[in-house]
Design a protein around this ligand. Sequence first.
Ligand code: NCD
Length: 316
Amino acid sequence: MRKHLLSADDLTADDVHTLFATAAEMHDVQRREVKKLPALRGRTVINLFFEDSTRTRSSFEIAGKWLSADTINITGKGSSASKGESLRDTVLTIGSMGVDALVMRHGASGSAQQVSQWVDAVVINAGDGTHEHPTQALLDAYTLMRRFGTGGRLGSLEGRHVVIVGDLTHSRVFRSNVVTLTRLGARVTVVAPPTLMPSGVDAWSREAGFATSYDLDEVLPSADAVMMLRVQRERMSGGFFPTSREYTVGYGLTRARLGVLGPDVPICHPGPMNRGLEIAADAADAAQSAVLEQVSAGVAVRMSVLYHLLAGEGVA
Ligand code: NCD
C-alpha cells in the first residue's frame, strides 16, 4: 500500500483483501458494548470537509475515535476558507500543527492529490469533485462480499455482475467503484442516459474492462447486485434530462423494476438518496436493500484504512 489513499487505483487486489480482513475484525468491535481499541492512541486525524457530508464525515470521525485517535472536524463554512484563505494556506496551517492524517473532501477534482504534495501527513481522499471516493468503493465492495458470503465471512466478487446506474458524469463513487470492483473480479456494467454518460467512457471501459449501456431494462435481469447513484443536481448547470418523471421512467429503480430483481440481489446506494427519483421507497426499504449495511460497513472499512495507513504495519 502507498502512503496516501487518493484513488482506488492506489490499491492492488491484495491490498484490498488485507484491508477487508482487518475491516472484518473491526466490524466485530462495532458490536461490542465498549468499542475503543488503543491502536491509534496519540495520533491526530483531521477531517477537513469543504463539501457537505453526513455518512463519510461521521464514519471517519467514529472510526478514528474507536481506534483512540484524536479526531477533529474542520468544515469549509466554519473555517478561514470562508474568509478567502487558499486551500494551500489552510492545509499548510493544519499540517504545521503536527497532525498525522488529513481526511479531506473538496469540490475540486485532483485536490487530494495536490494536498498530498503540500503536507507530510497521510492524506485520505474522502471525495474530490467528480473524480474519486476510494473509501466509498471499498465499503461498497466489502458490503457486497459480506452479502455474497455466509455466516459473516466474506464471499467473492469473482464473476459477479454488478450494475451501476445513474448520474455517472458527476459521480466520483462510480469512478472509484469501477476500479475496485473490476480489480476484485466483478463484471461491471454501468448504465446512464446518454446525457449523464461521461465523455471518453468508451475508451476507458475498453481499457478497464467494464461494459456500458443506455438500457436499464435490458441489463437488470442479469444483475447480481445493483448500485443506484444519486442524481447530483448541485453539480448540474443545465438540463441533463427533460423531467424528473422521465428520468425515473428510464433509469429509476422503480417498484416494477424491483420485481425483475431476484430477492437476494443486493440493492446499494451510497446515499444521500433522492427517494422517488433514482430509487423508489419500495426498493430503498426492501429486505434486500443494503443501504444501511453500507453505512455500518463504512465505519469498519474506514477503521481499517486509518489503522493500516497510520499504525505502520508495513503496508503503508
Ligand atoms: C457520495 C459522495 O458524496 O460522493 N455520497 C457519500 O459519500 N455517501 C455520493 C453522493 O453524494 O451522491
